[in-house]
Design a binder for this molecule. Structure first.
Ligand code: MG
Length: 260
């Protein structure tokens, strides 16, 4: 009987040993596995391969060509979208605003995107301030990145070339002379709306003008208005990109876009 009791005691002590170890002075060995380089490598899915343009400004292989200098078939009239874009093609090289004909807009609709667009002020300098080479790129047909001949042409700072019209002035004036071409390279993030239609996150925009950063991921504070303060319109989804007819013979070429 006595030996049986001793045996039970030994078994019980053996079972309790791991528990006792938890309370010993020696810390348990919980060191993680040593890190190896491959443990932080992500392989799948493979990053999509595209072919970049041969030079800066040339469309990469995954871009949608909105204007190649030869045809306006990606564009329609803003006054009547069932009609062709009323602007004129010049020398199979660029298009020119036909003043009074109204703006033009893309057939396709877009939200987040990367846009490249080249523009030139009218060759003949006429008027001053907002009357000189005025046009604009409207993202989602609502939010304007201003185009203006801002070369030696003072106007309000939040209305000059590269401004988000009456919202953000550009960081610098990188405008070239009226006989030269300018480029805008834009990263545009569309606004987000909640299911109830309220604004969740405003639009954001980054712009390089002739390769120079002029808008650094700024918040677009609402609809572009000539008079009044910015507010957000009703919830909306993707929409057209439009180019403004502001009564000046502003010229455009090489327009392409990547959906983001
Ligand atoms: Mg404008």
């Amino acid at each position: 009987m006595k030996s049986k009791i001793i045996s039970l005691y030994v078994i019980a002590l053996g079972a309790a040993t791991p528990l006792l170890a938890q309370y010993s002075d020696k810390p348990p060995d919980v060191s993680p596995m040593p890190m190896k380089p491959e443990m932080t490598e992500i392989w799948e899915p493979q990053v999509k391969i595209i072919t970049p343009g041969k030079s800066l400004g040339e469309a990469p292989s995954d871009a949608i060509i909105l204007f190649d200098g030869k045809t306006l078939d990606q564009w329609v009239s803003q006054k009547d979208p069932s009609k062709p874009a009323p602007w004129k093609i010049v020398n199979n090289d660029h298009m020119e605003v036909v003043p009074g004909s109204g703006g033009i807009q893309t057939k396709m609709q877009f939200g987040d995107c990367q846009l490249h667009i080249e523009f030139s002020a009218p060759d003949v300098v006429e008027s001053v301030g907002q009357g000189r080479g005025n046009s604009g790129v409207f993202f989602q047909n609502r939010y304007e990145l201003q185009i203006l001949d801002s070369y030696n042409n003072r106007t309000y700072r939040n209305g000059q070339a590269g401004s988000i019209y009456k919202d953000h002035a550009p960081l610098v004036n990188a405008m070239r002379g009226p006989l030269e071409w300018n480029t805008y390279d834009v990263i545009y993030t569309a606004p987000r709306f909640r299911a109830d239609g309220s604004l969740d996150a405003p639009a954001r925009i980054t712009v390089l003008h002739n390769g120079v950063l002029i808008q650094n991921n700024v918040t677009i504070n609402g609809l572009t208005l000539y008079v009044g303060l910015h507010t957000y319109p009703a919830a909306h989804g993707e929409d057209v990109i439009s180019l403004q007819d502001h009564g000046n013979k502003t010229q455009f070429r090489n327009i392409w876009l990547r959906k983001l």
